[in-house]
Every structure is written in structure tokens, then in C-alpha cells.
Design a protein around this ligand. Structure first.
Ligand code: NDP
Length: 313
């Protein structure tokens, strides 16, 4: 067991965490990052990335995150494989325990643990992951130009994803388990008015099929009722949009979160309710959830840390 002191502990290694690490190391703060259970974050589960500025020929999620990582290491960020399992926010320096048995004393903390897309829990989702199954229309929608896709969910995210895909794909099927959409009225209207979006109400997905890649979904209308109807929907893409869970379990209840579980930040800054603790990326962003916006928040968090340390000295 080591006891480590750092001016800035960064928890999580997606675009937000790495950008914070680049800025903090260039500001001579020698940040220490714990990468978390999915080094590189959600982007490592996507294939091609074509919307990150600076890559005119596109790149892949894993390559992009490797570039982020190398840039952070180049400027002196220390990156450790492992999880932060416990944090005592009650006094400064904050005390964090880690899965590799270390105790970290940190003057400031940047939480960039991201959010995890929810899945239905079907084995088939894992089987066709990257082969037709995705939880991010903005990341992967482009690959379904002129094709048939399904989106699962009835909230604002599902409606947004369906609308986004409707401008790319030939046909979009929105699979909604209830007989109504939970999304805001304006989003509902847009979806219902769009000619190539077909909403399948009262419908659940019970499986996916396809030889090598996804070819369709096994659906049930009226699941559990006397009128249960099983049918197959041929689709090339199957997008999950049933919500995200921000990864905050280690930090709550000390860190304040909103009703959906996202860390609350103050005004235009990345400051949380605890002075010296900042949050960046999807863990604090229910709205945009893009690599580039997360990177922007990571930059802001590092600048907020710098300012905070300068003011406390
Ligand atoms: P929500 O929790 O609002 O909606 C999740 C949807 O997925 C619901 O329709 C839910 O169905 C459905 N669902 C959940 N689990 C399953 C399952 N196992 N099988 C089938 N369907 C399932 O999540 P969102 O991500 O849509 O939104 C999160 C928050 O972010 C909301 O407050 C939303 O308003 C906000 N948001 C705002 C946007 C904007 O303002 N532009 C854009 C996107 C999100 P059911 O209704 O039956 O529970």
C-alpha cells in the first residue's frame, strides 16, 4: 500500500478526464489519474469516429482515446490502472482509497467517471455489439444511410435519436414498451409527424437475429396480454435509447446530483457543491454527451482547479 499526495486527482479516463489531465499537467499540477473500469471510456466501445474535429479522415474510438492518453502522458500526467473505491470529502486534502490498495491525498478532485448507457439485458445485445447494436446514434448513425433501423425507448433521448436517424436511414422504427411516449410534447409531435418514423407502441424486444451481423429483432406486441403477438422486424441497426446511468455511486450522497443522478455543477463552471471537487463530461451532462463537449468540460475543470489552487494558496 502506498500513500500518494497529489494536487489534482482525476477519476475516470474518457475525453473529459484526459483533457483535464493534458491541461493540468501543462499547468505543472502533476495530476494523477485513475482510469476506472473502462479505460478510455464509452468511446472505446464505438468503432469509427468521424465527428471529432482534427481527424478529417476519421479515426476509431480506441485510437482516439489512445491519442488522448499519449498526449496526457507526454506532458507528465501519471495514469494508474484501477478504480477509486471510496472518497472522504469531509476535509482537505481529500482522501481516496483505490482498488490497487493505495491511499491518495488530493488537494483537488476532478470527477470524470462518465455515464453508462442502459441496455435491455438481452444476451443478443452483446453478440451484435458493434455489428448492428449501438447506444449512440450520433456516433454510429452515419453507417446506416438508406437502411432500416430501430430505436428502443420512449423518452427524449429515443425521440432525438429517432429524428437524427430519420435524416440518414430510409426507415426508422421506434419501439416503445408503453402505449405512450414519455418524451416532451414537442419531441413527440416531431416524431409522430415524421413520415419515415414508425412508432411501435406496446412493443418489447425479446431477441435479435442475424448470421454474422444483425439482421433484425424479435418483437412482441402486448407482451403478457391475451392478444400477445410475436413478430420479426428486419433491421440493419438497433439503437438503445433507454437512458444512461451516470457513474456517481462512489461520490454520493456527499456530492449533490440532480433528480436523474447527474452531478450538479455551479453556473458555467465545473464546480460541485464541495469546494475543490469538480465534475466534467457525461457524469455531469445529461444534455450533450458528446466526446467533444466532454473534452471541453475537462478543459474547464482543469482551469477551475488551477484557479482554485491559486486562490487557496
Ligand atoms: P428517460 O428515462 O426519460 O426515458 C427512458 C425511456 O426508455 C422511457 O420511455 C422508458 O420507458 C424506456 N425504457 C426504459 N427501460 C426500458 C426497457 N427495459 N425496455 C424498453 N424501454 C425501456 O431517459 P432519456 O435518456 O430519454 O432522458 C433522460 C433525461 O434527459 C430526461 O429528463 C430527458 O427529458 C432529458 N433529455 C433531454 C433532452 C433535451 O432536452 N433535448 C434530450 C435527451 C434527454 P417507460 O416510459 O415505459 O419507463
Amino acid at each position: 500500500m502506498d500513500e500518494i499526495k497529489t494536487k489534482c486527482l482525476i477519476i475516470g479516463s474518457g475525453p473529459a478526464g484526459f483533457t483535464a489531465a493534458i491541461y493540468a499537467s501543462r499547468a505543472n499540477l502533476s495530476p494523477l489519474m485513475y482510469e476506472g473500469h473502462q479505460p478510455g471510456g464509452q468511446l472505446t466501445t464505438t468503432t469509427e469516429v468521424e465527428n471529432f474535429p482534427g481527424y478529417p479522415d476519421g479515426t476509431t474510438g480506441p485510437e482516439l482515446m489512445e491519442d488522448f492518453r499519449n498526449q496526457a502522458v507526454k506532458f507528465g500526467a501519471e495514469i494508474k490502472d484501477g478504480l477509486v473505491t471510496e472518497v472522504d470529502f469531509s476535509k482537505r486534502p481529500f482522501v481516496a482509497k483505490t482498488s490497487d490498495g493505495n491511499i491518495v491525498y488530493a488537494d483537488t478532485i476532478i470527477i470524470s467517471t462518465g455515464a453508462t448507457a442502459r441496455y435491455l439485458g438481452l444476451d443478443d445485445e452483446k453478440k451484435y455489439m458493434g455489428l448492428g447494436v449501438s447506444a449512440c446514434a450520433t456516433c454510429d448513425g452515419f453507417f446506416y444511410r438508406g437502411k432500416r433501423v430501430a430505436v428502443v425507448g420512449g423518452g427524449d433521448t429515443a425521440c432525438e435519436e429517432a429524428l437524427y436517424l430519420s435524416n440518414i436511414a430510409a426507415d426508422v422504427f421506434l419501439i416503445v414498451r408503453k402505449d405512450y411516449l414519455r418524451a416532451s410534447k414537442v419531441m413527440q409531435r416531431r416524431v409522430l409527424d415524421k413520415a419515415n418514423i414508425n412508432v411501435l407502441f406496446n412493443t418489447n424486444t425479446v431477441g435479435l437475429y442475424g448470421d454474422d451481423a444483425l439482421e433484425g429483432a424479435h418483437l412482441v406486441e402486448g407482451l403478457g396480454t391475451d392478444n400477445e403477438q410475436r413478430f420479426d422486424l428486419p433491421v440493419d441497426g438497433f439503437f438503445l435509447a433507454i437512458g444512461h446511468t451516470p457513474n456517481t455511486a462512489v461520490f454520493t450522497p456527499a456530492i449533490e446530483v440532480d433528480e436523474a443522478g447527474y452531478i450538479k455543477t455551479q453556473g458555467d463552471t465545473t464546480a460541485t457543491n464541495i469546494p475543490g471537487v469538480f465534475a466534467a463530461g457525461d457524469v455531469a451532462d445529461p444534455r450533450y454527451r458528446q466526446a467533444i463537449t466532454a473534452a471541453g468540460m475537462g478543459c474547464k475543470a482543469a482551469l477551475d482547479v488551477e484557479r482554485f489552487l491559486a486562490e487557496s494558496e
